[in-house]
Design a protein around this ligand. Structure first.
Ligand SMILES: Cc1cc2nc3c(=O)[nH]c(=O)nc-3n(C[C@H](O)[C@H](O)[C@H](O)COP(=O)(O)OP(=O)(O)OC[C@H]3O[C@@H](n4cnc5c(N)ncnc54)[C@H](O)[C@@H]3O)c2cc1C
Length: 411
């Protein structure tokens, strides 16, 4: 990354804020800043609508945030499938119901393809006054005197240098902004690969989605719009790279190996290809610094099992926007001025992250997963607490209290 902008780097700002990436995080922060009166340019390398490797499960708290953005009716019109509960199956076949509606009336998760969801969010950003440039691939972050002052992007085949007071990296799992700033860290565990596809004709999913934990992998089923179902397999990265056959064979054999999933897929047909993402867990060393913020997956992501990704992307955008707005109005986008975002993230996400690590421990140890699932299936009050925590509408601290953990684990 150049420490100095090239001589040709414009002196005039293209926008107050450049947002790199138009997924849920980028579109949402761009919308919120534009509505606060800021001049925002959003760059995305894709042309929308576009698919994204994702299980396409919108957890209850994410659904609420979409409602706050004024998109509640739009996602229903787009065909979002309402899920009052998530059924979590242990390797021995026992199951626990994360019943959101029973934990708190009115709570529900939704299934909607990212093809539709992300397009709605990007259109919302345009309507709020954001300048959106698609097929705009950011290649470099430009720094001057130790602070970020803009980006270089390939747009329609031409290299463009763009200056701004603030760059927000919302460019997902392989964030170029994080990489260019030297903020990527190596997450050694878990190292998993996620594979997803759409199916038509999956039976038995009406008011819930399903997770099935098996030895070395798990599968997810989420009903979507138009009778489609998102089918996902998440396995150790090594198991995927060391497979003997094709990805397609690995995917279908993994699903066949879980009898309850195989039964639901019997007679169903796959629509379109298999999409995937490897080494999914990531974390940036810092999420705020002189002239930049990182949000969504560009900042961190652990694993799709708990369905937190879209929620965290929307929530991080909601936390970043007011900090950015105050800094821009004050004409001070220094590391100190932007630091409140880092603190707000810690408050918002740390406890849930600990819950997610505990869940990772369970799904990696089949006997423990069997044991905990059996306990949850017999103790409704524990199951309801965990439902609210997994859905992010109860504080995560409730599932970390010694009392809760003792009642969950006590033989
Ligand atoms: C297999 C799998 C299953 C998942 N299932 C779920 C689930 O069911 N529920 C859930 O909540 N979360 C799930 N997640 C996580 C979820 O997909 C992410 O957390 C979420 O997409 C993060 O949103 P984002 O806006 O940060 O990034 P993204 O959605 O990845 O958006 C990033 C955008 O940046 C653009 N971009 C990237 N690089 C550049 C560049 N250099 N220049 C310009 N543009 C760029 C991309 O085109 C993209 O549009 C899953 C993830 C995986 C891998």
């Amino acid at each position: 990354m150049p420490e100095r902008a090239p001589a040709s780097f414009p002196r005039e700002r293209e926008a107050e804020v450049i947002v790199v990436g138009g997924g849920p995080a980028g579109s949402t922060v761009a919308t919120t800043l534009a509505e606060a009166g800021h001049r925002v340019l959003l760059l995305d390398k894709a042309a929308f609508p576009r698919h994204k490797a994702c299980s396409e499960y919108i957890n209850p708290a994410a659904a609420q945030l979409l409602g706050q953005l004024g998109l509640g009716d739009d996602i229903l019109r787009a065909g979002a499938h309402r899920m009052a509960a998530m059924l979590v199956h242990a390797p021995d076949g026992r199951r626990f119901v994360a019943d959101f509606a029973r934990a708190e009336p009115g709570q529900a998760a939704f299934g909607l393809s990212r093809y539709r969801l992300d397009h709605l969010l990007l259109e919302r950003a345009k309507a709020a006054g954001v300048t959106v440039r698609e097929r705009a691939h950011v290649r470099q972050v430009v720094r001057e005197g130790g602070r970020v002052v803009g980006v270089a992007a390939t747009i329609n085949g031409d290299r463009e240098w763009l200056r701004s007071s603030l760059v927000i990296g919302a460019d997902g799992h392989n964030s170029v902004v994080s990489r260019e700033l030297g903020l990527d860290t190596t997450v050694r565990w878990p190292r998993k690969t996620g594979l997803v596809a759409h199916y038509r004709g999956v039976t038995g999913l009406v008011r819930s989605g399903e997770m099935h934990v098996a030895s070395g992998l798990y599968a997810g089923l989420a009903p979507l719009e138009d009778g489609l179902t998102n089918v996902a397999v998440v396995a150790g990265g090594h198991a995927v790279t060391a497979r003997s056959g094709s990805i397609e064979a690995f995917f279908t054999e993994s699903l066949r190996a879980i009898p309850a999933v195989a039964r639901k897929l019997d007679g169903a047909e796959r629509v379109g290809g298999i999409r995937g993402a490897g080494a999914m867990a990531r974390r940036a060393r810092r999420t705020a610094g002189a002239g930049y913020l990182l949000i969504g997956d560009a900042a961190s992501f652990l694993d799709p099992f708990t369905g937190d990704g879209i929620y965290e992307a929307l929530r991080a955008a909601q936390l970043a926007a007011p900090v950015a707005s105050v800094a821009l109005r004050a004409g001070d986008t220094s590391a100190v001025a932007l630091d409140p975002y880092r603190i707000a993230r810690r408050r918002a996400f740390t406890a849930k992250r600990h819950v997610c690590w505990i869940v990772q421990g369970f799904i990696h140890a089949p006997p423990l997963m069997n044991y905990v699932t059996a306990r949850l299936s017999r103790r409704e009050e524990l199951a309801l607490t965990l439902s609210g925590v997994l859905g992010n509408f109860y504080p995560a601290s409730q599932a970390l209290s010694p009392r809760f953990l003792a009642r969950l684990l006590r033989p």
